[in-house]
Design a protein. Structure first.
Length: 177
């Protein structure tokens, strides 16, 4: 009896590890909160017709990216790629990624949505690349504006930094071709 009490007390106090791990006591992983990247100082919106935007589906709902890509093309944007997001699922509404040099384009495209839009720098994008990637997530609910409203987004309007954004960090060096 004394041996059992001594062994139990040793495990209970942490002196001796438990002989098994009861899965229910392991804390669940915490979802990482997204932080928006700040636009450059004195940034202004760009001409919609000069923006190149890839559209990705970050859900398992078929056709989501295609509909948004069509709307953006109808508004005058160049949309070279429409596909499933290579990074899997996005749990938010709209995520826009780009390199540091594409932040003005990203914030201009963000005005095409009546939704919660996160703009982030993708550190794998080479410096000088201004292409924008639009990722539609699980919370997306057809919040894209009409083609007329998108085409009417004026160039040269000041871009306001969102609350609690983080300054942009330079992206990868340009690749040598």
């Amino acid at each position: 009896m004394g041996v059992i009490v001594l062994a139990g007390t040793s495990v209970w106090t942490g002196l001796v590890p438990a002989p098994y791990e009861p899965g229910f006591s392991t804390p669940a992983p915490v979802a990482q909160k997204r932080v928006r990247t700040c636009p450059p100082e004195d940034a202004v919106t760009t001409n919609i017709a000069q923006i190149q935007a890839n559209v990705y589906n970050g859900t398992d709902l078929a056709g989501l990216a295609g509909g948004v890509a069509d709307r953006l093309q109808d508004a005058g944007l160049n949309v070279p790629t429409t596909a499933d997001w290579p990074r899997g699922t996005f749990n938010g509404d709209v995520l826009i990624t780009t390199g540091v040099d594409g932040l003005a384009n990203a914030y201009t495209i963000a005005k095409a949505f009546d939704a919660e839009v996160y703009v982030e720098v993708d550190p794998t994008v080479a410096a000088g690349d201004v292409t924008v990637n639009v990722v539609l997530g699980k919370s997306y609910s057809q919040s894209i504006k009409t083609k007329e409203a998108i085409a009417a987004i004026p160039a040269g309007d000041p871009i306001m930094a969102p609350d609690n954004c983080t300054p942009a960090v330079p992206t990868a060096a340009p690749s040598e071709s």
